[in-house]
Design a protein around this ligand. Sequence first.
Ligand SMILES: [Cu+2]
Length: 484
Amino acid sequence: MAGKALQLSSALLVGITLCSARRLANSGTSSDDLCYATCSGTDDNEVCVFTAKLDVYASSTGYYAFEECGDTTNPTIAMKQGVTYVFDQTDGTNWYHPLGFAYYADGAHKDVDELEPGISQSGDTCVDTNTCQAPMYYLNDVFLGEDGYDNSDISDISGGEDFGLDNYEPLFFYPKGDWTDLGNFSVQLTISDETYTEDLFYFCHIHDGMSGRIKVLDSDGNEVGSSDTPALGYDYEVQTAFDVGCGTYGIGDYEEGFGLCTDTFICEDGTEDTSVFGECLKAMDCAMEYNMRSNLHPTNPVVTFVHQMIPHHKNAINMAKALMTEDTLSCSDAKESDCDMENVLWAIVNEQNHQIATMSSWLEEYGYEASDICTLDDDSSSNETTITKNYYETNVGYANHTTVKNHDVYMTKKYFQNGGLQIANLTILLLVGLAAVFLAVMIMVGGNKKEEPYQPVQQKPNPNRVQPATPEMELTNVSAGEGI
Ligand SMILES: [Cu+2]
């Protein structure tokens, strides 16, 4: 009896272990834990599907995920040579994230070679005939390319320059509702270059930093390249625990009480239902204020505009994501306004992330710093805040640090440090002097009026009558050069 129980326990243990191993084996967390597509058919008719979606909270832009790979973001996926793979992008979270494929991470964003009919890394003659391995883009299962590129039959690839991307990508800029109404989006890719032994990458054509690795397998299912090359070239963003709670990115260091901001962003704590949302808002608003405080560029206003607009946009994105996390909107036919609001939130996240990328690229192209923040360093010993390095330091000789307790004091102090004291004194003296003169004149005029007796309307003087000279007339004549 005890032996049977032991056998049962062992069997259960093995079963659980196998289940665990099966779950781990397809999650795509690394090259040792590849994620495989769901496949059907055999040999030449085998078709494999990756169902794409976006984990919008995983990073500032969000990261790709595939239903076949569980919750892993930007999973490392396996693709077998010669097999047709379909990447289904119909899920609404794919809006603004058209998939691309490249020989290096981030493809078009880094100006590196992508998988296109006329591009090869192995010197293949496919370049001459536009028959190199490349994705094919579809809407409702209709190929969006026009001049004949077709790699669906690996033994008979036909050539053409238009593989559909130029028609596919612009559709992702449609308003979200219109994009959804268009139907089913998908990308098909068949790996046909059997001589290339390095990894490939999928990436987003609109946002950079969203690439994932593709390990290519031969017909036996073995990896053709063992090492992870080329390198991804960057680390994935990781949410702090605080950000996870808020559904945001990058505000974990700006919680209230961390000393980076002294302004009040939320004036009442709200109810139990809203207090967490309030704490999130406090932190993200602080992050915006802290990061928008920048030096004025001495010659180019565009630089300062970008330095301030990027944190401004990041705040909008975080506000939208925090509200999405609250899950209080409920889009349905009966609640179309909620649908409109949800579309607004998604638009803020995707469009402003795209604008951030555009503005960052502009800074990089012209050689400007990514940011130029005037740092507020927390001085815990005095519970005051120290401002370092600001516009006046470099432009009007305002040197060293100025200790202030809040923004208003800072502004005032800055003004006085900049010679404002003297100007203020002179201004005040001038105003006081003018006021005194004005009052004196008013008193005199008022006094004269009071003492002036009533004068009846006088007749017009007779022009023929000789007027007696008055002292005023004599003075006028002297001024005019007469009577000397
Ligand atoms: Cu994207």
